[in-house]
Design a protein around this ligand. Sequence first.
Ligand code: ADP
Ligand code: MG
Length: 476
Amino acid sequence: MQWEVVIGLEVHAQLATESKIFCGASTAYGAAPNTQADLVTLGYPGVLPVLNKDVVVMAAKFGMAVDATVAPRSVFARKNYFYPDLPKGYQISQYELPIVEHGHIDLTLDDGSVKRVGITRAHLEEDAGKSLHENMAGKTGIDLNRAGTPLLEIVSEPDIRSAKEAVNYMRRIHQIVRYLGISDGNMQEGSFRCDANVSVRPVGQAEFGTRAEIKNLNSFRFVEKAIDFEVERQIDLLEDGGEVVQETRLYDSDKDETRSMRSKEEANDYRYFPDPDLLPVEISPEFLEQVKAGMPELPQAKATRFIEQYGLKAADVEVLTSSRATADFFEAVADKADARLAANWVAGELGGALNKDAIEITESRVDADALALLINRISDNTISGKIAKEVFAAMWAGEGSADDIIEAKGLKQITDTGAIEAVVDEVIANNPEQVQQFREGKDKVLGFFVGQVMKATQGKANPGQVNQLLRDKLKG
Ligand code: ADP
Ligand code: MG
């Protein structure tokens, strides 16, 4: 039997506000436990929540970025359940009337085709606290610093058809929230995580199969591995005549498996009702216009512009627009140097160096001006592209500017035809056998000669001139 995989993701993006969603307590990460838990966070009786306006602006930005409807009126609801990290006994969320509905994201698949994934809704809610188990000697600690931190929960339609597509979708959401500056997207700190709803059905069947929900996946790799495991598990189960039960599962990354956590609760278990302490959120068209005016250029628009403005290829702009910082860096280089070379260097050599040192482009050891100067030394034939890599490595190691390094190491390209010709003549004279081969039509030995000349000049001969001279002379 052939199986089709069906996936819907619920992505939780922590919104980058200074203070919590319904009170003035700080949202800064990493403080000592319970030092950012004021009376509202602690759920004292009689205290009242006050909505942080920034979260409304941020949700509206997200809604517009994914072509969704930003609701003119949305309502906060209480989702009731008991858990030690939830002092009020309910989470304030949105239920029937979320702030964002009916959006979509266009994914580019491996074969280059475009696939649209629907976004059912995105709603605002508060995060819960954390249970601490380490160094607790048989007890559990509760840290309420995170309680009340604003989240945007982004719910997709069950349009996703593989683990790879799920990762692709999640990366795009991650990219968008970071471009918009509404979330730092830090996955280690839990600021960006997702629940994956996974089911399988026989190919051709119209109804969906029963799904399991894998909770709290906090890396792209875990999303892919957890879904792959879960799909295998469900298919094995069904092929052995069993049934998938609707339940919540946890992914254990050490064992690379998902485990049952609890049976799935239904919405009515939560006794949702509108929170009487909070007014509905009303958004006017004028307010939306204002928010829109403050939105940055988004990744897809940027990619299209880069292709047109700088004559780049679609594959190159993918990397260059991956983050706003990368795009800004590229544009700063392209402003002062050849744009195509700038694209190659930012995506290639610079990207590799950043990866190797595991640092962000904002922390790059070579800044945009310095890289532009290096590229200009390739363009004006002071050095070859190959030598430029050596210069770049020295720049990265802090040895100075491109010009300083070229000077200090004597790397200036030899463009004096006479000087190159002398070396070419010598190499030809020393290798009569290869000359013979070339003249018999073995074009490939040209590479051998180029290599010899480069070796004799420590890579400094201008490659264009070397090729030309060799061809002329070898033809005899
Ligand atoms: P809940 O409120 O129980 O989490 P929802 O109906 O809101 O359930 O759906 C949550 C997520 O599950 C959505 O992303 C949706 O696309 C996805 N989903 C719903 N049904 C299925 C299914 N049969 N297989 C896979 N994903 C599903
Ligand atoms: Mg859910």
